[in-house]
Structures are given as structure tokens and as C-alpha cells.
Design a binder for this molecule. Structure first.
Ligand SMILES: [Zn+2]
Length: 479
């Protein structure tokens, strides 16, 4: 990454880079020098730390982890009790195995003990998750952590080929149009949302948000034309959104036959991105597809590298583990629960927080010299176990089924007694029924019915490829 702005680190205003910077870069740099918004410095810091060796980055992570534990012990009733209960002080933890003795923090606990987890330090920012299917959560973030997280976001953008002149077209479900304001926090939350998303994006990334209704396989022609014009209006553009919608957009644009101006990149954010879908999107737009993984509570945890679809962990800002059975022990088999410690948020420390997804930290490197790789398997509750086989993740099911080009969307639903129902939306897809059944059998689904349909009924926000109604069929690795 040849960022021209890194030539001017810490220098006086008149530096060789200054003339080359556009107004947004200048503003971000000036704010860094004159206000507590230190995003620029953090970005420079990330540029430095990402070049460190694996052992140096590991040491840095451990130092930040210890600092966070000390802080949490001193400042929060919740973590002090946690440590006292296991009979340890933060200073007793000498290695990562010791760290794994700290009990996991579940989403439910975060909801119940929010007041005790807050440290009382500056907590101006509130992050809210409004996605359907999970209970809403609210996390407080201090100003420093917020500007650090914004720097991480900018690094992800830089890696996808973005610069300060790039236009971002961000597709979001229309449910986000009506921002839900929590009564308890009212104005404060509204202000937080405004500062975090709107002001930051408006100033430093030329972002335009376009909304869509649901995930109907056919995008209405007028709407499609509108999206098409918006995308084609810019030579230097990044298209951002959830994989499921970007896939539909690509499919509809391909069917329209309109000539798309090649965007700089496509970025999936906020959803699982199956590999076959990424390939289809890349083919239609003739552009690279990147993937950013995170959660509302923890912001950006990992992002794909230009060379691979797997995700590089943001080791400087998050400590990520994959664990089994809630005791923090090492996992057997491929998938473990993703457990994350946010190294920067002191306002509401999240230590060993269970995100609710399964993942696999790869032992093999990427070859680009980047950090360790994380493979995300989808939601924890969508992990399926069949007749003594290894659990199958949402991602594996997606990779297998979306491998059939004619399948655009599907939903696999548990019907009880080991039986599953697969609903498929696609193009002449019934011709492939036999091979689809064969694929399902090979995965271990003995009792499965396949239906072809015009549209799936209940997708308004996030795509849920796998729906397990009876939780007893899912592998509950969390308890
Ligand atoms: Zn890489």
C-alpha cells in the first residue's frame, strides 16, 4: 500500500505530502493534530504494527491484553467479581493458557450486567446492533476507541484499493432507514449514531447509502436502473453491502445486459460471504471482492487480504480465540466458537466475548506476510450435526449448494426428527434436482425434501441460509 499520506507523519504542516493530499485527508490530519480524534495517528500506528513479525505482534497483543485486564479489574465491579471468583488477579495471568481461565462473556450476560461492565470512563459512543434474529445489544465505546476503530475501518478500505477520492455506494436494508432510538438513551444515542456514521462518513469517505427492501430475487426494473445509474456515475467507486444483496444485484445486472463501469472493488460487510457467491459477484462486476468481518459490539475483527478470501485478524485491536464448550479449552475438530477480547474499548471492556459465530483459526499462513487467518463458518446456532459426523457450518452448506450456478438463494430448515427441508430459488434449477440431492446425501442429510420456489418468505434484513428451529439438533457448543 503506497499511501501518499504516510509521508507526512508527525511533520509540520508544510510537508512534501501536503500538496498531494485532498481536502478530506487534510481535514483528518488537522483534526488529529488539534482534537482528540486521533484516527490519523492510529492509522499510522496500524501501518507500522502490521509490518511487525508474528512474535512481535504477539508480544504487543499480550501487553495490551494485560493492560486491559488490569484496567477492567480496577474499574468494573463485574470483572473484579469474575476474577475474585476464580481466585486470580490479572497479574497472576502469565500466559495465554492462564488467560483462558477467565469465564466467557455471553451476549445474555452483556445484556443483564451492562451497568456493572461499564467502567464509568468516558462513554460517549453507543454502538447498537439492530439486526434481526439476535437480541439487540448495546455497547458503550469511549472516544479513543471509537477513533481507533475508525482507523481500522479505513485500513480495511485501503486494502481494498480505496483512497480518499473514492466514492462508496453502500447498500443497506431499508429497516436501517428508520433508526431505532432507545428510550433510555434517546438523544445521546441519536447523537452517537450521527457522529459515528454520518459525520465521519460524510467527511472522510464520500459514502452514499442506497436502501433496498427485502431480498426478493428479482429487483424491480425502475429500482435496478436507479442503482445502475448511481454506480455508473463514478469512475472511482467501491460498492459495499451484504453479500446476499450484492449477489442479487450482480445477477439482476447481468440479466439486464447493461454495461457496468468496472468499480474499484466490491466489499461485503455485515454478512457471511460464501465463496461461490463472491466469485459470481467478481465475474459480473469484473472487480475484486473483499470481505470485512465484525460485530456491532466489537466493530471490525478481521478482513480479507487481496490475495485470498480468508480473513486476516486485526491482531493489534482484537484478541481472537476459538473455543469449545464454554470453558475456553482448545477445540477438537474444525469449528469452535469465536471468542473475542476488544483490546481498546475501556469504556465497556469486552473480555472473552462470545460473538455467536463459529470459526477456525488457520495454522497455515497466507504468504502475503499478513496476520493469522480466520475462517468464519457462520452462526453458532446454525451448526448442524448429523449422525456422528463432524458438525457442518452454514458456510460449508453455502459453499456446496451455491456451487450450482443455477441456485441464487436457498434456505435449509430443520423440521424435527432429523428431517430437513430445502427451499431453492433459481434458474431452471429443477433440472439439477438429482445432483443437488446427491450433494445433500454426501453431506450427511438422509431425510431432506427439496422444493423450488419463486422467493423465500422471511428475508428482510440478513440472509439466514440455515434455520434450525429445534435447538436440540444444533450442537450447542456454548454451554
Ligand atoms: Zn494475505
Amino acid at each position: 500500500m503506497s499511501g501518499k499520506y504516510f509521508k507526512i507523519c508527525g511533520g509540520a504542516l508544510k510537508t512534501p505530502g501536503w500538496e498531494m493530499m485532498n481536502n478530506k485527508e487534510k481535514l483528518l490530519w488537522l483534526l488529529d493534530k488539534t482534537t482528540p480524534l486521533k484516527t490519523w495517528s492510529f492509522l499510522e500506528d496500524l501501518q507500522r504494527t502490521e509490518k511487525l513479525s508474528a512474535s512481535a505482534i504477539s508480544d504487543l497483543q499480550w501487553a495490551r491484553l494485560q493492560e486491559l485486564l488490569e484496567f477492567a479489574y480496577r474499574k468494573t465491579a463485574f470483572y473484579r467479581q469474575r476474577f475474585d471468583r476464580i481466585g486470580l488477579r490479572p497479574s497472576d495471568l502469565k500466559c495465554r493458557e492462564d488467560f483462558a481461565k477467565i469465564p466467557l462473556l455471553t451476549r445474555e450476560e452483556l445484556g443483564q450486567h451492562r451497568a456493572q461492565i461499564k467502567s464509568g470512563e468516558s462513554d460517549f459512543f453507543i454502538r447498537s446492533s439492530g439486526s434481526t434474529g439476535r437480541s439487540p445489544s448495546q455497547t458503550h465505546v469511549d472516544f479513543k476507541a471509537a477513533s481507533q476503530k475508525y482507523a481500522v475501518y479505513l485500513r480495511h478500505l485501503l486494502r481494498s484499493g480505496w483512497d480518499f477520492d473514492t466514492k462508496i455506494i453502500h447498500f443497506l436494508p431499508s429497516v436501517y432507514e428508520k433508526k431505532i432510538v432507545d428510550r433510555e438513551n434517546g438523544i445521546k444515542q441519536l447523537l452517537s449514531t450521527f457522529v459515528q456514521n454520518e459525520i465521519a462518513h460524510a467527511f472522510f469517505t464520500s459514502r452514499e447509502v442506497l436502501f433496498y427492501d427485502g431480498l426478493s430475487p428479482i429487483i424491480e426494473k425502475e429500482k435496478l436502473k436507479y442503482y445502475f445509474k448511481k454506480i455508473n456515475a463514478f469512475k472511482n467507486v467501491i460498492i459495499m453491502g451484504r453479500g446476499s444483496f450484492l449477489g442479487l444485484l450482480a445477477h439482476n445486472l447481468r440479466m439486464s445486459g447493461w454495461a457496468i463501469v468496472k468499480p474499484r472493488a466490491i466489499v461485503n460487510i455485515g454478512e457471511l460471504l460464501p465463496e461461490p457467491l463472491a466469485q459470481r459477484i467478481a465475474a459480473v462486476f469484473d472487480a475484486p471482492v473483499y470481505n470485512i468481518y465484525g460485530s456491532a459490539e466489537l466493530s471490525y475483527i478481521a478482513g480479507s487480504c487481496p490475495q485470498k478470501s480468508l480473513l486476516h485478524l486485526n491482531e493489534e485491536t482484537h484478541y481472537v480465540e476459538t473455543v469449545k464448550d464454554g470453558d475456553g479449552s482448545s477445540i477438537s475438530g474444525k469449528w469452535g466458537n469465536i471468542v473475542v477480547t476488544d483490546l481498546f474499548n475501556h469504556s465497556m471492556p469486552l473480555i472473552r466475548y462470545q460473538v455467536g459465530d463459529v470459526g477456525h483459526i488457520r495454522q497455515d499462513g497466507c504468504g502475503c506476510g499478513g496476520s493469522r487467518l480466520l475462517e468464519v463458518g457462520g452462526r453458532q446456532e446454525a451448526l448442524i450435526k448429523l449422525n456422528g459426523r463432524d458438525p457442518i457450518s452454514e458456510k460449508e452448506i453455502c459453499d456446496d449448494l451455491l456451487d450450482f450456478e443455477n441456485i441464487w438463494q436457498f434456505k435449509l430448515e430443520f423440521r424435527g426428527n432429523g428431517a430437513y427441508k430445502l427451499e431453492i430459488v433459481g434458474d431452471n434449477v429443477h433440472c439439477h434436482q438429482e445432483s443437488i440431492m446427491g450433494r445433500l446425501k454426501a453431506m450427511g442429510f438422509d431425510k431432506v425434501s427439496v422444493n423450488f420456489t419463486e422467493r423465500l418468505d422471511d428475508h428482510v434484513d440478513k440472509m439466514r441460509y440455515v434455520k434450525v428451529q429445534d435447538m436440540s439438533s444444533a450442537v450447542n457448543v456454548s454451554r
